[in-house]
Design a protein around this ligand. Structure first.
Ligand code: DSN
Length: 423
Protein backbone atom coordinates (compact mmCIF):
# COMPACT_ATOMS: atom_id res chain seq x y z
CA UNK A 1 0.00 0.00 0.00
CA UNK A 2 1.56 3.20 -1.17
CA UNK A 3 1.73 5.88 1.48
CA UNK A 4 -1.48 7.90 1.08
CA UNK A 5 -1.03 11.48 -0.03
CA UNK A 6 -2.32 13.12 3.12
CA UNK A 7 -0.63 16.50 2.68
CA UNK A 8 -3.90 18.44 2.70
CA UNK A 9 -5.16 16.75 5.82
CA UNK A 10 -1.78 17.32 7.45
CA UNK A 11 -2.07 21.04 6.77
CA UNK A 12 -5.73 21.30 7.82
CA UNK A 13 -5.96 18.93 10.73
CA UNK A 14 -2.84 17.63 12.42
CA UNK A 15 -4.73 15.43 14.90
CA UNK A 16 -6.66 13.51 12.27
CA UNK A 17 -3.55 13.31 10.09
CA UNK A 18 -1.73 11.58 12.92
CA UNK A 19 -4.58 9.15 13.48
CA UNK A 20 -4.86 8.18 9.79
CA UNK A 21 -1.09 7.83 9.41
CA UNK A 22 -0.98 5.76 12.57
CA UNK A 23 -3.70 3.46 11.24
CA UNK A 24 -1.87 3.08 7.93
CA UNK A 25 1.28 2.04 9.80
CA UNK A 26 -0.67 -0.32 12.04
CA UNK A 27 -2.23 -2.05 9.05
CA UNK A 28 1.16 -2.42 7.36
CA UNK A 29 2.90 -3.80 10.43
CA UNK A 30 0.33 -6.31 11.66
CA UNK A 31 -1.21 -9.51 10.37
CA UNK A 32 -4.99 -9.25 10.10
CA UNK A 33 -7.06 -12.37 10.65
CA UNK A 34 -10.35 -10.60 11.42
CA UNK A 35 -12.59 -12.45 8.94
CA UNK A 36 -14.78 -9.45 8.15
CA UNK A 37 -11.90 -7.15 7.19
CA UNK A 38 -9.83 -6.81 4.04
CA UNK A 39 -7.65 -4.34 2.11
CA UNK A 40 -9.21 -2.45 -0.80
CA UNK A 41 -7.43 -1.35 -3.95
CA UNK A 42 -6.14 2.15 -4.35
CA UNK A 43 -8.80 2.73 -7.03
CA UNK A 44 -11.53 1.84 -4.51
CA UNK A 45 -9.96 4.18 -1.94
CA UNK A 46 -9.80 6.99 -4.50
CA UNK A 47 -13.43 6.61 -5.52
CA UNK A 48 -14.46 6.59 -1.83
CA UNK A 49 -12.77 9.94 -1.35
CA UNK A 50 -13.84 11.44 -4.68
CA UNK A 51 -15.99 14.50 -5.53
CA UNK A 52 -19.02 12.20 -5.74
CA UNK A 53 -19.14 12.71 -2.00
CA UNK A 54 -20.49 16.22 -2.71
CA UNK A 55 -23.64 15.08 -4.48
CA UNK A 56 -27.18 14.40 -3.26
CA UNK A 57 -28.96 11.84 -5.45
CA UNK A 58 -32.17 10.76 -3.71
CA UNK A 59 -34.07 8.40 -5.95
CA UNK A 60 -32.76 6.07 -8.62
CA UNK A 61 -31.06 6.59 -12.02
CA UNK A 62 -33.35 8.64 -14.27
CA UNK A 63 -35.70 9.32 -11.33
CA UNK A 64 -33.85 11.67 -8.99
CA UNK A 65 -35.16 14.57 -6.97
CA UNK A 66 -32.27 16.96 -7.57
CA UNK A 67 -30.69 18.09 -10.83
CA UNK A 68 -27.12 17.51 -11.91
CA UNK A 69 -27.27 13.70 -12.05
CA UNK A 70 -25.63 12.96 -15.40
CA UNK A 71 -22.58 11.31 -13.86
CA UNK A 72 -24.15 9.87 -10.70
CA UNK A 73 -26.75 8.10 -12.86
CA UNK A 74 -23.98 6.62 -14.93
CA UNK A 75 -22.11 5.45 -11.82
CA UNK A 76 -25.15 3.77 -10.31
CA UNK A 77 -26.22 2.10 -13.57
CA UNK A 78 -22.72 0.67 -14.04
CA UNK A 79 -22.66 -0.58 -10.44
CA UNK A 80 -26.04 -2.31 -10.87
CA UNK A 81 -25.07 -3.90 -14.15
CA UNK A 82 -21.82 -5.26 -12.71
CA UNK A 83 -23.46 -6.50 -9.50
CA UNK A 84 -26.12 -8.47 -11.37
CA UNK A 85 -23.50 -9.96 -13.69
CA UNK A 86 -21.26 -10.91 -10.78
CA UNK A 87 -23.98 -12.69 -8.81
CA UNK A 88 -26.10 -14.00 -11.68
CA UNK A 89 -29.38 -12.24 -10.94
CA UNK A 90 -31.75 -9.77 -12.58
CA UNK A 91 -31.94 -6.86 -10.16
CA UNK A 92 -29.70 -5.14 -7.63
CA UNK A 93 -29.98 -2.25 -5.24
CA UNK A 94 -26.53 -0.81 -4.65
CA UNK A 95 -27.58 1.96 -2.26
CA UNK A 96 -27.61 0.31 1.21
CA UNK A 97 -25.05 2.05 3.36
CA UNK A 98 -23.98 -1.23 4.90
CA UNK A 99 -25.11 -4.76 5.74
CA UNK A 100 -27.48 -3.76 8.53
CA UNK A 101 -29.51 -1.35 6.37
CA UNK A 102 -29.52 -3.97 3.60
CA UNK A 103 -31.15 -6.45 5.98
CA UNK A 104 -33.45 -3.84 7.52
CA UNK A 105 -34.73 -2.70 4.13
CA UNK A 106 -35.27 -6.31 3.06
CA UNK A 107 -37.31 -7.09 6.18
CA UNK A 108 -39.48 -4.01 5.63
CA UNK A 109 -39.92 -4.88 1.95
CA UNK A 110 -41.00 -8.46 2.58
CA UNK A 111 -42.75 -8.47 5.94
CA UNK A 112 -45.28 -6.43 7.90
CA UNK A 113 -45.33 -5.40 11.52
CA UNK A 114 -45.85 -8.44 13.74
CA UNK A 115 -44.73 -10.94 11.08
CA UNK A 116 -42.25 -13.68 11.90
CA UNK A 117 -38.72 -13.99 10.56
CA UNK A 118 -36.90 -17.30 11.02
CA UNK A 119 -33.11 -16.92 11.25
CA UNK A 120 -30.03 -18.49 12.78
CA UNK A 121 -29.59 -18.34 16.55
CA UNK A 122 -27.05 -15.71 17.47
CA UNK A 123 -24.76 -17.86 19.59
CA UNK A 124 -24.82 -20.49 16.84
CA UNK A 125 -23.53 -17.99 14.29
CA UNK A 126 -26.37 -15.60 13.47
CA UNK A 127 -25.95 -11.84 13.23
CA UNK A 128 -27.39 -9.04 15.39
CA UNK A 129 -29.79 -8.18 12.54
CA UNK A 130 -31.05 -11.77 12.62
CA UNK A 131 -32.96 -10.95 15.76
CA UNK A 132 -30.80 -9.94 18.72
CA UNK A 133 -32.96 -8.63 21.56
CA UNK A 134 -31.22 -5.27 21.27
CA UNK A 135 -31.83 -5.01 17.49
CA UNK A 136 -34.44 -2.27 16.98
CA UNK A 137 -36.54 -4.33 14.59
CA UNK A 138 -37.01 -7.03 17.22
CA UNK A 139 -39.74 -4.68 18.47
CA UNK A 140 -41.45 -4.78 15.09
CA UNK A 141 -40.99 -8.32 13.84
CA UNK A 142 -41.04 -11.59 15.75
CA UNK A 143 -37.75 -13.43 15.36
CA UNK A 144 -37.62 -17.19 15.81
CA UNK A 145 -34.30 -19.05 15.67
CA UNK A 146 -32.92 -22.32 14.40
CA UNK A 147 -29.61 -23.78 15.59
CA UNK A 148 -26.93 -26.32 14.83
CA UNK A 149 -27.92 -29.90 15.61
CA UNK A 150 -24.35 -30.91 16.23
CA UNK A 151 -21.88 -28.33 17.53
CA UNK A 152 -18.96 -30.60 16.67
CA UNK A 153 -19.80 -30.89 12.98
CA UNK A 154 -21.79 -27.72 12.44
CA UNK A 155 -24.74 -29.58 10.94
CA UNK A 156 -27.86 -27.41 11.07
CA UNK A 157 -30.95 -28.94 12.65
CA UNK A 158 -33.04 -28.91 9.48
CA UNK A 159 -35.84 -30.99 11.07
CA UNK A 160 -36.25 -28.33 13.72
CA UNK A 161 -36.01 -25.60 11.10
CA UNK A 162 -38.87 -27.26 9.23
CA UNK A 163 -41.01 -27.70 12.34
CA UNK A 164 -40.38 -24.06 13.38
CA UNK A 165 -41.33 -22.93 9.89
CA UNK A 166 -44.55 -24.99 9.96
CA UNK A 167 -45.43 -23.75 13.43
CA UNK A 168 -44.63 -20.03 13.02
CA UNK A 169 -45.34 -19.52 9.31
CA UNK A 170 -42.53 -16.95 8.85
CA UNK A 171 -42.65 -14.40 6.07
CA UNK A 172 -38.88 -14.70 5.62
CA UNK A 173 -36.42 -17.50 6.28
CA UNK A 174 -32.85 -16.18 6.54
CA UNK A 175 -29.93 -18.40 5.61
CA UNK A 176 -26.89 -16.52 6.78
CA UNK A 177 -24.46 -15.90 9.54
CA UNK A 178 -21.60 -13.93 10.92
CA UNK A 179 -19.85 -16.65 12.88
CA UNK A 180 -20.72 -20.00 11.33
CA UNK A 181 -17.97 -21.96 9.66
CA UNK A 182 -19.71 -24.52 7.46
CA UNK A 183 -21.78 -24.45 4.29
CA UNK A 184 -25.57 -24.26 4.45
CA UNK A 185 -27.81 -26.63 2.52
CA UNK A 186 -29.43 -24.00 0.31
CA UNK A 187 -31.77 -26.49 -1.39
CA UNK A 188 -33.25 -27.43 1.99
CA UNK A 189 -33.81 -23.77 2.85
CA UNK A 190 -35.62 -23.18 -0.43
CA UNK A 191 -37.77 -26.32 -0.09
CA UNK A 192 -38.83 -25.34 3.43
CA UNK A 193 -39.47 -21.73 2.40
CA UNK A 194 -41.64 -22.81 -0.52
CA UNK A 195 -43.62 -25.21 1.66
CA UNK A 196 -44.57 -22.52 4.19
CA UNK A 197 -44.87 -19.64 1.71
CA UNK A 198 -41.85 -17.71 3.03
CA UNK A 199 -39.29 -15.73 1.07
CA UNK A 200 -35.87 -17.42 1.03
CA UNK A 201 -33.28 -14.78 1.89
CA UNK A 202 -29.54 -15.39 2.10
CA UNK A 203 -27.30 -13.04 4.06
CA UNK A 204 -23.94 -13.78 2.47
CA UNK A 205 -21.98 -10.92 4.05
CA UNK A 206 -19.00 -13.05 5.00
CA UNK A 207 -18.85 -15.21 1.91
CA UNK A 208 -19.90 -12.79 -0.84
CA UNK A 209 -16.40 -12.82 -2.30
CA UNK A 210 -16.26 -16.60 -2.19
CA UNK A 211 -19.58 -16.81 -4.06
CA UNK A 212 -18.60 -14.13 -6.58
CA UNK A 213 -15.33 -15.97 -7.17
CA UNK A 214 -17.06 -19.36 -7.55
CA UNK A 215 -15.24 -20.78 -4.55
CA UNK A 216 -18.57 -21.48 -2.83
CA UNK A 217 -22.08 -22.19 -4.20
CA UNK A 218 -24.43 -19.33 -5.06
CA UNK A 219 -27.78 -19.38 -3.18
CA UNK A 220 -29.50 -18.14 -6.35
CA UNK A 221 -28.66 -21.44 -8.03
CA UNK A 222 -30.81 -23.17 -5.43
CA UNK A 223 -33.67 -20.73 -6.04
CA UNK A 224 -33.24 -18.14 -3.27
CA UNK A 225 -35.40 -15.06 -3.83
CA UNK A 226 -33.09 -12.47 -2.39
CA UNK A 227 -29.52 -12.00 -1.19
CA UNK A 228 -28.12 -9.31 1.08
CA UNK A 229 -24.48 -8.62 1.74
CA UNK A 230 -21.85 -6.15 2.73
CA UNK A 231 -19.26 -5.27 0.11
CA UNK A 232 -16.23 -4.88 2.34
CA UNK A 233 -15.44 -8.38 3.59
CA UNK A 234 -14.28 -11.20 1.30
CA UNK A 235 -15.67 -9.21 -1.67
CA UNK A 236 -12.85 -6.72 -1.01
CA UNK A 237 -14.80 -3.57 -1.75
CA UNK A 238 -15.58 -0.35 0.09
CA UNK A 239 -17.68 -0.27 3.24
CA UNK A 240 -21.23 -0.70 2.02
CA UNK A 241 -24.24 -2.95 1.48
CA UNK A 242 -25.95 -4.57 -1.47
CA UNK A 243 -29.31 -6.25 -2.10
CA UNK A 244 -29.68 -8.69 -4.99
CA UNK A 245 -32.98 -10.00 -6.34
CA UNK A 246 -32.96 -13.20 -8.38
CA UNK A 247 -35.73 -12.48 -10.89
CA UNK A 248 -38.89 -10.88 -9.52
CA UNK A 249 -39.49 -7.33 -10.77
CA UNK A 250 -42.20 -6.91 -8.16
CA UNK A 251 -39.75 -7.84 -5.41
CA UNK A 252 -37.11 -5.51 -6.84
CA UNK A 253 -39.59 -2.63 -6.78
CA UNK A 254 -40.47 -3.37 -3.18
CA UNK A 255 -36.79 -3.40 -2.26
CA UNK A 256 -36.14 -0.09 -4.01
CA UNK A 257 -38.99 1.55 -2.09
CA UNK A 258 -37.86 0.04 1.19
CA UNK A 259 -34.33 1.42 0.72
CA UNK A 260 -35.46 4.86 -0.47
CA UNK A 261 -37.57 6.48 0.88
CA UNK A 262 -38.06 3.60 3.35
CA UNK A 263 -34.94 3.76 5.46
CA UNK A 264 -32.40 5.95 3.69
CA UNK A 265 -32.17 9.39 2.13
CA UNK A 266 -29.43 10.33 -0.31
CA UNK A 267 -27.25 7.41 -1.37
CA UNK A 268 -23.50 7.79 -0.89
CA UNK A 269 -22.54 8.05 -4.55
CA UNK A 270 -18.82 8.02 -3.79
CA UNK A 271 -19.25 4.60 -2.18
CA UNK A 272 -21.43 3.37 -5.05
CA UNK A 273 -18.62 4.28 -7.46
CA UNK A 274 -16.20 2.40 -5.21
CA UNK A 275 -18.58 -0.60 -5.18
CA UNK A 276 -18.68 -0.51 -9.00
CA UNK A 277 -14.88 -0.69 -9.08
CA UNK A 278 -14.88 -3.56 -6.61
CA UNK A 279 -17.41 -5.48 -8.77
CA UNK A 280 -15.19 -4.94 -11.81
CA UNK A 281 -12.20 -6.28 -9.87
CA UNK A 282 -14.25 -9.27 -8.72
CA UNK A 283 -15.26 -10.07 -12.30
CA UNK A 284 -11.62 -10.66 -13.27
CA UNK A 285 -10.28 -14.23 -13.41
CA UNK A 286 -7.65 -13.33 -10.78
CA UNK A 287 -10.44 -12.86 -8.26
CA UNK A 288 -11.46 -16.50 -8.64
CA UNK A 289 -7.90 -17.52 -7.84
CA UNK A 290 -7.93 -15.18 -4.87
CA UNK A 291 -11.08 -16.66 -3.34
CA UNK A 292 -9.89 -20.23 -3.84
CA UNK A 293 -6.67 -19.30 -2.08
CA UNK A 294 -8.67 -17.82 0.83
CA UNK A 295 -10.13 -21.28 1.39
CA UNK A 296 -6.80 -23.07 0.99
CA UNK A 297 -5.25 -20.72 3.53
CA UNK A 298 -8.07 -21.29 6.00
CA UNK A 299 -7.70 -25.05 5.59
CA UNK A 300 -3.97 -24.74 6.28
CA UNK A 301 -4.73 -22.97 9.57
CA UNK A 302 -7.43 -25.52 10.39
CA UNK A 303 -4.92 -28.33 9.88
CA UNK A 304 -2.52 -26.84 12.42
CA UNK A 305 -5.32 -26.35 14.95
CA UNK A 306 -6.41 -29.95 14.47
CA UNK A 307 -2.87 -31.26 14.91
CA UNK A 308 -2.51 -29.26 18.12
CA UNK A 309 -5.90 -30.39 19.45
CA UNK A 310 -7.52 -26.98 19.62
CA UNK A 311 -11.28 -27.08 19.94
CA UNK A 312 -12.99 -25.58 16.91
CA UNK A 313 -16.72 -24.99 16.86
CA UNK A 314 -18.27 -27.11 14.08
CA UNK A 315 -14.99 -29.02 13.95
CA UNK A 316 -13.29 -26.77 11.39
CA UNK A 317 -14.12 -24.66 8.37
CA UNK A 318 -15.68 -25.00 4.93
CA UNK A 319 -16.05 -21.28 4.25
CA UNK A 320 -12.78 -19.69 5.56
CA UNK A 321 -14.11 -18.66 8.99
CA UNK A 322 -12.73 -20.45 12.03
CA UNK A 323 -14.19 -20.24 15.52
CA UNK A 324 -12.11 -21.63 18.36
CA UNK A 325 -12.97 -22.23 21.97
CA UNK A 326 -9.91 -20.65 23.58
CA UNK A 327 -11.43 -20.93 27.03
CA UNK A 328 -11.38 -24.72 27.01
CA UNK A 329 -8.20 -24.97 24.95
CA UNK A 330 -5.99 -22.42 26.74
CA UNK A 331 -7.81 -21.35 29.89
CA UNK A 332 -8.09 -17.77 28.63
CA UNK A 333 -11.20 -15.84 27.69
CA UNK A 334 -11.82 -14.61 24.15
CA UNK A 335 -11.01 -11.08 25.25
CA UNK A 336 -7.73 -12.16 26.83
CA UNK A 337 -6.80 -14.17 23.74
CA UNK A 338 -7.59 -11.20 21.51
CA UNK A 339 -5.33 -9.00 23.63
CA UNK A 340 -2.49 -11.53 23.74
CA UNK A 341 -2.61 -11.90 19.97
CA UNK A 342 -2.77 -8.15 19.43
CA UNK A 343 0.36 -7.82 21.56
CA UNK A 344 2.23 -10.05 19.09
CA UNK A 345 0.87 -8.19 16.06
CA UNK A 346 -2.00 -10.46 15.02
CA UNK A 347 -5.56 -9.10 15.04
CA UNK A 348 -8.52 -11.45 15.55
CA UNK A 349 -11.85 -10.88 17.24
CA UNK A 350 -13.38 -12.37 20.35
CA UNK A 351 -16.65 -14.13 19.70
CA UNK A 352 -19.32 -16.11 21.49
CA UNK A 353 -19.34 -19.81 20.81
CA UNK A 354 -22.45 -21.98 20.55
CA UNK A 355 -24.46 -21.79 23.79
CA UNK A 356 -21.61 -19.83 25.36
CA UNK A 357 -21.78 -19.69 29.13
CA UNK A 358 -19.74 -16.48 29.08
CA UNK A 359 -21.01 -13.06 27.99
CA UNK A 360 -20.58 -11.43 24.56
CA UNK A 361 -18.32 -8.84 26.20
CA UNK A 362 -15.89 -11.53 27.33
CA UNK A 363 -16.85 -14.72 25.53
CA UNK A 364 -15.14 -18.10 25.27
CA UNK A 365 -14.06 -17.90 21.67
CA UNK A 366 -12.07 -16.11 19.05
CA UNK A 367 -13.06 -15.92 15.39
CA UNK A 368 -10.68 -15.54 12.51
CA UNK A 369 -10.47 -15.90 8.74
CA UNK A 370 -8.19 -15.42 5.79
CA UNK A 371 -9.48 -12.83 3.24
CA UNK A 372 -7.06 -10.11 4.38
CA UNK A 373 -3.90 -12.22 4.59
CA UNK A 374 -4.71 -13.76 1.22
CA UNK A 375 -4.93 -10.28 -0.32
CA UNK A 376 -1.40 -9.74 0.98
CA UNK A 377 -0.24 -12.81 -0.89
CA UNK A 378 0.26 -15.23 1.99
CA UNK A 379 -0.08 -18.87 1.01
CA UNK A 380 -0.56 -22.11 2.95
CA UNK A 381 3.02 -22.20 4.24
CA UNK A 382 2.83 -18.75 5.82
CA UNK A 383 -0.67 -19.43 7.16
CA UNK A 384 0.60 -22.55 8.91
CA UNK A 385 3.36 -20.44 10.41
CA UNK A 386 0.88 -17.82 11.63
CA UNK A 387 -1.34 -20.49 13.16
CA UNK A 388 1.61 -21.97 15.02
CA UNK A 389 2.74 -18.54 16.19
CA UNK A 390 -0.75 -17.75 17.49
CA UNK A 391 -0.98 -20.99 19.40
CA UNK A 392 2.58 -20.58 20.75
CA UNK A 393 1.67 -17.11 22.03
CA UNK A 394 -1.48 -18.37 23.73
CA UNK A 395 0.38 -21.30 25.29
CA UNK A 396 3.15 -18.98 26.51
CA UNK A 397 0.91 -16.13 27.57
CA UNK A 398 3.00 -15.33 30.65
CA UNK A 399 6.41 -15.60 29.00
CA UNK A 400 7.26 -12.06 27.82
CA UNK A 401 10.55 -13.09 26.16
CA UNK A 402 8.90 -15.79 24.13
CA UNK A 403 6.08 -13.45 23.12
CA UNK A 404 8.58 -10.80 22.03
CA UNK A 405 10.31 -13.34 19.78
CA UNK A 406 6.96 -14.28 18.27
CA UNK A 407 6.09 -10.61 17.76
CA UNK A 408 9.40 -10.13 15.91
CA UNK A 409 8.57 -13.03 13.59
CA UNK A 410 5.10 -11.60 12.92
CA UNK A 411 6.68 -8.22 12.17
CA UNK A 412 9.10 -9.85 9.71
CA UNK A 413 6.26 -11.63 7.95
CA UNK A 414 4.29 -8.36 7.64
CA UNK A 415 7.31 -6.71 6.02
CA UNK A 416 7.69 -9.57 3.55
CA UNK A 417 4.06 -9.25 2.42
CA UNK A 418 3.23 -5.58 1.79
CA UNK A 419 -0.40 -4.60 1.27
CA UNK A 420 -0.97 -4.34 -2.51
CA UNK A 421 -2.57 -1.33 -4.21
CA UNK A 422 -4.05 -3.36 -7.05
CA UNK A 423 -4.64 -7.03 -7.65
N1 DSN B 1 -19.13 -6.71 12.42
C1 DSN B 1 -19.34 -7.64 11.34
C2 DSN B 1 -18.54 -8.87 11.54
O1 DSN B 1 -17.40 -8.74 11.88
O2 DSN B 1 -19.04 -9.97 11.35
C3 DSN B 1 -20.75 -7.99 11.08
O3 DSN B 1 -21.61 -6.95 11.35
Amino acid sequence: MEHEDLDFIKKEDEEIYKAISGEEKRQKETINLIPSENYVSRAVRQASGSVLSNKYSEGYPGKRYYSGQEFTDSVERIAIERATKLFGCKYANVQPLSGDPANIATYFALADKGDTILAMDLSHGGHLTHGHSGFALSKIFKFVHYKMKNINTGEIDYDKLLSLAREHKPKIIVAGFSAYTRELDYEKFVTISREVGAYAMADIAHIAGMIAGDALPNPFDAGFDIITTTTHKSLRGPRGGLILIRKSKELAEKIDKAVFPGIQGGPHMNMIAAKAICFKEALQPEFQEYTKQILKNAKAIEEVLKKRNIRMIAGGTSNHMILTDVHSSFGVTGKEAQEILESIGITVNMNVIADDERSAKDPSGIRFGTPAVTTRGLKEKECELIANLMLDALENKNDENKKQKIADEVGELSKQFPIPDSF
